[in-house]
Structure formats: C-alpha cells, structure tokens
Design a protein around this ligand. Structure first.
Ligand SMILES: NC(=O)c1ccc[n+]([C@@H]2O[C@H](COP(=O)([O-])OP(=O)(O)OC[C@H]3O[C@@H](n4cnc5c(N)ncnc54)[C@H](O)[C@@H]3O)[C@@H](O)[C@H]2O)c1
Length: 265
C-alpha cells in the first residue's frame, strides 16, 4: 500500500530536474499524475516512468505563467482521473546577474514564472479541492531568499521568499476547509537549472562550481532530485495530515555552519 494510493496529483515543471524526481516519487508511492511542463519533452520523461513503474500518467503542455493553460491542464487531469487531490507547484526559473545589470524584464520573468506560476496553479486546483473538501499543495520555495542568498540572485531570491508568504496565507485561509499548504526549501540538487547557474558562475569551469557547492554542505554532497520527491510525497500525503503552513528545509545541513573555519572538524 503506497502512501499516495488513490491520490491524483498535478506536478508543474515535471520534464526534468526536481519535477521529474517528484513525479518518480509520486508514482512509486501509488499516485496517478499529470506532468505539466512548458516543453513537450515532458512526454519522454512520462514514458520512461510509465514503463518503469507501470504508472498512470498523463502530460499537459502548459506555461505556468499563463492561467488559462494551467486551468486547461488541471481540467484535463480531472476529466481523465476524476479528481485532483494534490498540486506540486514546482516549475521555476533562475537567471543570475549583478543587481545593477538585472533588467526589469528579467525581474518580471522571475515573478511571472516563480510567483504567478504557483499562484495560477493554486487558483486552478483550489476550486476542485473545495468541492471535494480536501486537498494538499506543496510549493517549491528554496533556502535562497528566505534564509540565505548568493550574489546575483536578487530576482530569484525575491520570488522564492515570496512563496513562503503565499504558503502561509493559503494554509491559514484553507485550514478549516481541509486543504493543507506547505513549502519545501531545498539547498542544492544537480539539475539543468543548477548546471546553468554553474555555467554563469564559473564559465571556464562549471563542473568546479558544482563540486564546490558540496564543500559548503556538511553532508558533503548535493541532493538527489528523488530525495526532494520523497519529502514532497510525504507532505502531500495523509501521513502529514496535521502539517500545514510549514516550510521544510532539505539541504544536507548547508544552512547550519556558522563558519567554514572554526570548530573541531
Ligand atoms: N535545483 C536546485 O538546487 C533548487 C534549489 C532550491 C529550489 N529549487 C526550485 O525547484 C524547482 C525546480 O528546479 P529545477 O532545478 O528542477 O529546475 P530545472 O530548470 O532543472 O527544471 C525546471 C522545469 O520546469 C520547466 N519550466 C520552467 N518554466 C516553466 C513554465 N513557465 N511553465 C511550465 N514549466 C516550466 C522546465 O521546462 C523544466 O522542465 C524550481 O522552482 C526551483 O526554484 C531548485
């Protein structure tokens, strides 16, 4: 018996990276899922998971910054599987630039995908969740913005911190109507997003930039996407039935050290 047996979930940004890891954990735990992505590449990932887990998966091509496209994807999910119990607002973007070179267009791009994408997904699923008197939403925030930041992340950090606010407000607003809303705060996992950031941070040697991330992590490594998937599956499941409005850090301890030089290690 899987912790997500009988549940139907939509997962945004599911083609690659963490979204693919979340999709894998969800089907492993028995969920039927709709993998939403702006690119058609999501169908390749879905086909791999269907074969590997004999899973019930549909895909929908949608840009999360476009409300109508997200609503259409959620409707397709309900038409196919009869309900939507879980939404994972995972799709996100990150472009680095020094603040004085960061354009308003770049800022708007982050707001539209990272904040409005989650907003649109919540808007699309909550009416169905209210009708069925239950639901669970998991939003991909980050340690970036709310807890830490690196130079060049002003737009990204702003949007990821904002998602904590969205999580808390929706959690309190819908608690009595049995819709739980939580967010995950990941440190670093190796994904196409992080490979892109590494190339921007150290164009001469992006692999070094990725290796060096691990030096600042007490566990000495980056997260695997499926580890984030497991946390998301737990928060989405009935096992987390008394958890709402929580922000759960998953970072291998990266936000713990006070210094890189003091202490007995
Ligand atoms: N990778 C990390 O270390 C890390 C750390 C903290 C938080 N996060 C967050 O986790 C989420 C996923 O990150 P990732 O590293 O897997 O990113 P990624 O860039 O590797 O993958 C993102 C996926 O989302 C899709 N996507 C992007 N914009 C979209 C849009 N407008 N509409 C629909 N789909 C869209 C992409 O096509 C891609 O499939 C993001 O919200 C990110 O901010 C990532």
């Amino acid at each position: 018996m899987g912790k997500l047996d009988g549940k139907v979930a939509v997962i945004t940004g599911a083609a690659v990276g963490l979204g693919a890891g979340i999709a894998e954990a969800f089907v492993k735990h028995g969920a039927k899922i709709c993998m939403i992505n702006r690119s058609a590449r999501v169908e390749e990932t879905a086909e791999r998971l269907r074969k590997q887990y004999n899973a019930q998966i549909i895909t929908a091509i949608a840009d999360v910054s476009n409300r109508e496209q997200v609503e259409e994807a959620v409707k397709k999910t309900v038409d196919t599987f009869g309900a939507v119990h879980i939404a994972c607002c995972n799709a996100g973007v990150c472009q680095l630039a020094p603040f004085e070179q960061m354009t308003d267009e770049m800022f708007d791009f982050h707001i539209n995908v990272n904040i409005k994408g989650a907003w649109n997904t919540c808007k699309a699923v909550i009416p169905y969740m209210l009708q069925q008197h239950s639901g669970s939403i998991v939003i991909a925030s980050s340690v970036t913005g709310d807890i830490v930041a690196d130079a060049g992340e002003a737009a990204y950090a702003t949007t990821k911190a904002a998602l904590v606010g969205l999580t808390k407000c929706l959690a309190v607003e819908y608690a009595a109507r049995n819709i739980r809303v939580n967010c995950t705060q990941l440190g670093y996992a190796r994904t196409p997003m992080v490979e892109g950031m590494a190339a921007e941070s150290n164009p001469a040697d992006p692999e070094k930039a990725i290796r060096d991330i691990a030096l600042g992590v007490p566990m000495g490594r980056l997260a695997q996407p499926v580890e984030v998937g497991e946390l998301t599956a737990f928060l989405a499941s009935d096992e987390a039935s008394y958890i709402t409005g929580a922000q759960i850090v998953i970072d291998g301890g990266s936000t713990l050290p006070e210094t890189m030089s003091m202490g007995t290690n």
